[in-house]
Ligand binder design. Structure first.
Ligand code: GLY
Ligand code: MN
Ligand code: MN
Length: 471
């Protein structure tokens, strides 16, 4: 069946195009500047903190730009490289020398038996950039080049070199230091070839070198956000809240899942988001029980609930928000019962949320257990069994440059971390799925609900939906 596009824009009972767009414009305010970055000093300070944690050089590669050959691909920097440089152009690399204090000399004047690092008389940090190519720039626009006037000030690095010089510097460093730090293939990038390709490069160029994985150190830093990161995340969250409110006003039986997603994506993009934080999940009926449902091909029908797990990415930082709403604007008694249990679980978690608590599945500080116990002790399935078995995913995760951001998921929470709290119940046999997902900043004494502007209570959601239907 063909989607009834007319339902969205042209029917009398729905909103005319102009009114719809006007309400969106009012909602979004002035378009913000996409792809903001933090001050150079913030990236420099991160590099200094990393240099203080290693006893050998850190050598990292940005993405090449050839990771995806599709014409619709827009370059996006490797997260760790971006975190340390704020540089969002392809083909770059960096070398950071260890802080002089922990430059490994073993007190013997030798670095692990090798010559003292004093033999390294180069800069303590170098950014390598590909030489500029005039013809390519006619196609892709100007790039920052290694010999540009003022390049050091522009990018805030101690030194900038042309990329072809990297290999010689790495060969030199491998003769001086026993340990070279880079990103090695690991659980986080399963299947993705970046770390694998570059570690193979090391094995060929400096086969004698011992490679250590620096992923965990950078990930641990990434888990505690800077004020600038919190600002960018807040912007992503605000735009995503706007989009969720727009969806509540939009949804009705007869619309297709992708049509609801399209309106939400418009709100993100118009506000300055460069892309979606992840493939939008708009799942109605049975699809609401499929955690990462992505085909969005079904028509929303009367009596169903719709899971809306949709959020934008702003200047590199990703929000992650879910609301579950009734297609016709009113929850049925059973939908209400399950929704209230998920909300009760989320509120129980929020009541306990503070530094020291964790996403670990067990232990006295487990937030997951609080949610699971709540769900398992409220309500029953159609066979009279407890509902814990229908809470089939973790309680939450860090957000940041990646929507499932880097770092140990069971690390106790600390002020400055930004995480999701997202309990859910999914009962496929009832075609009923409910997830409520909010984003919180951990503070010294508890948390700040960054998604506070987006209602979670049934009465408030039904009110917004009812008011939109009057128009
Ligand atoms: N949007 C994916 C998640 O909630 O983790
Ligand atoms: Mn999530
Ligand atoms: Mn989500």
């Amino acid at each position: 069946m063909r989607p009834r596009l007319g339902v969205i824009f042209f029917s009398k009972r729905s909103w005319p195009l102009a009114a719809g767009l006007l309400s969106l414009l009012a909602l979004c305010g002035p378009a913000a500047r996409a792809r903001e970055r933090e001050r150079n000093s913030v990236y420099a300070e991160r590099r200094a903190r990393l240099r203080a944690q290693v006893d050998g050089p850190v050598i990292l590669f940005g993405y090449t730009g050839k990771e995806d050959s599709s014409p619709s691909y827009v370059f996006k920097q490797e997260y760790n490289f971006y975190y340390l440089t704020g540089h969002n152009e392809p083909g770059a690399a960096l070398i950071l020398l260890p802080d002089a204090r922990n430059d490994n000399t073993n007190g013997s004047g030798k670095a692990n038996g090798k010559a003292n690092s004093k033999e390294w008389d180069g800069p303590r940090e170098i950014l390598f950039l590909p030489p500029r190519e005039a013809v390519r720039e006619r196609w892709e626009g100007p790039r920052l080049g290694p010999s540009d006037p003022g390049v050091l000030e522009k990018i805030g690095f101690g030194a900038v070199e042309a990329f072809p010089k990297l290999r010689g510097e790495v060969e030199k460093l491998a003769k001086i230091y026993a340990n070279l730090y880079t990103l090695l293939p690991g659980a986080d990038d399963a299947g993705y070839p970046h770390a694998r390709n570059w570690s193979n490069w090391f094995y060929q160029v400096v086969p004698q070198a011992h490679l250590s994985n620096v992923a965990a150190q950078i990930a641990a830093m990434r888990q505690v956000k800077s004020p600038g990161e919190i600002e960018l995340l807040t912007r992503a969250i605000e735009l995503s809240v706007d989009a969720q409110l727009e969806a509540m006003k939009t949804i009705r039986p007869g619309l297709y899942e992708y049509q609801v997603a399209a309106r939400m994506e418009f709100v993100h993009k118009y506000g300055g988001c460069e892309r979606e934080a992840y493939a939008p999940i708009v799942g109605t009926g049975f699809n609401a029980t499929v955690l990462h449902y992505s085909s969005l091909r079904e028509m929303i029908r009367d009596g169903e609930v719709v899971v809306l797990d949709v959020a934008g990415q702003y200047s590199g930082y990703s929000a992650d928000i879910t609301r579950t709403v009734p297609a016709n604007g009113r929850f049925t008694a059973r939908q209400r019962e399950i929704y209230e249990i998920v909300l009760g679980a989320q509120n129980a978690v929020l009541a306990a949320l503070k530094p020291g608590m964790s996403f670990a599945r067990t232990g006295p500080n487990s937030l997951y257990l609080i949610a699971h116990q709540y769900i398992n002790s409220h309500g029953k399935d159609k066979n009279g069994q407890p509902l814990g078995r229908y809470f089939i995913h973790g309680l939450g995760h860090h957000i940041g440059l990646d929507v499932h951001d880097a770092g140990a998921s069971d690390r106790p929470l600390e002020p400055g971390m930004v995480v999701t709290i997202e309990p859910g119940i999914y009962i496929p046999e009832e075609h009923l799925g409910v997830r409520i997902e909010d984003d919180v900043l951990i503070t010294a004494t508890g948390y700040k609900l960054l998604t506070a502007r987006l209602p979670r209570e049934i009465a408030e959601i039904e009110k917004i939906m009812a008011e939109a239907r009057k128009k």
